[in-house]
Ligand binder design. Sequence first.
Ligand SMILES: C[S@@+](CC[C@H](N)C(=O)[O-])C[C@H]1O[C@@H](n2cnc3c(N)ncnc32)[C@H](O)[C@@H]1O
Length: 295
Amino acid sequence: MGSINNEDFYLLQRGDFESKRLNLQHFIWRSSLNFLLHPSIPLTSPSLRIADLATGSGFWLTDLARTLPPTAYLHGYDISTSQFPAQCLLPANITLQQQDLLSPFPTSVLGSYDVLHLRALSFAFGKNDWERCLQNAIKLLKPNGYIQWDEPQLSLTLPFGISSPKSPTFHMAIVRALLFSISQKMDRQISHGPTLTHLFSTYLQATSSTIHRNDANASPLLLQNINENALAAVKGVFYRALEIGGGTIEGLGGEDEAESLLAGIMVEMAGEKAWWTQEMYVVVGRNVVCATPEA
Ligand SMILES: C[S@@+](CC[C@H](N)C(=O)[O-])C[C@H]1O[C@@H](n2cnc3c(N)ncnc32)[C@H](O)[C@@H]1O
């Protein structure tokens, strides 16, 4: 495999279906976190400038806009504009713009934001991209500005083991193994919460890191939505990997095989024999700048 172009190797699709999946995922995460921005981040200034980096369908910003005065300036950036809603569907104080987070931003926006938010870059970033992105993002912050990065750590609990085709979680086990091998081969990272915590403490001050857990103890309705949403993401990854691989990839012969694995999982999920566990890492950091004493 040659050099990786980040737009080409994004491991999810970008159609309408994926936008709807992202929007549902937003509601799931908001209902488990109970906040969009961590309560430690002050939002009282009427002229706040907030940017959402890798904004996707812009849904997080749209939801945030409902909680802020219309004088707040909200800006979304993404490497692709294909999931941006039409400008007429957005509140007047939101603008969305194309920008690769791994390339320099225009100088006009450097040092201009009070708060930056990032979420769900797993499947988008390779091993070294997380640090590069954070270094780039910090340049956008005003002195004493805040960054919040939310990253889910998705894992699949398989209480029945993986070996036998008779196991009630046989399809789940195959899919989990495939998901890991695909993302490893394409240098995309499935989960990166712990590394973010380390990076924030390296580059920022006043950092905090919390982990919010959704597991089998979550409400059955929430759990059902988490499972279905996770499955839709997995389907997107398989289809995207097949697209990149020209129709087949190692361990997956094509779309028919993907469909049959996913149908097998639906049956296993209905039997409640396996479930996705989702830990959400919420890492907050502040670009603290100490005032220099007057001479
Ligand atoms: C899983 S989506 C998450 C979207 C949004 N943050 C959310 O939580 O709903 C990941 C987004 O990252 C964007 N992305 C991937 N690589 C990027 C890059 N290098 N620069 C900017 N955006 C990128 C993708 O286009 C996609 O919209």
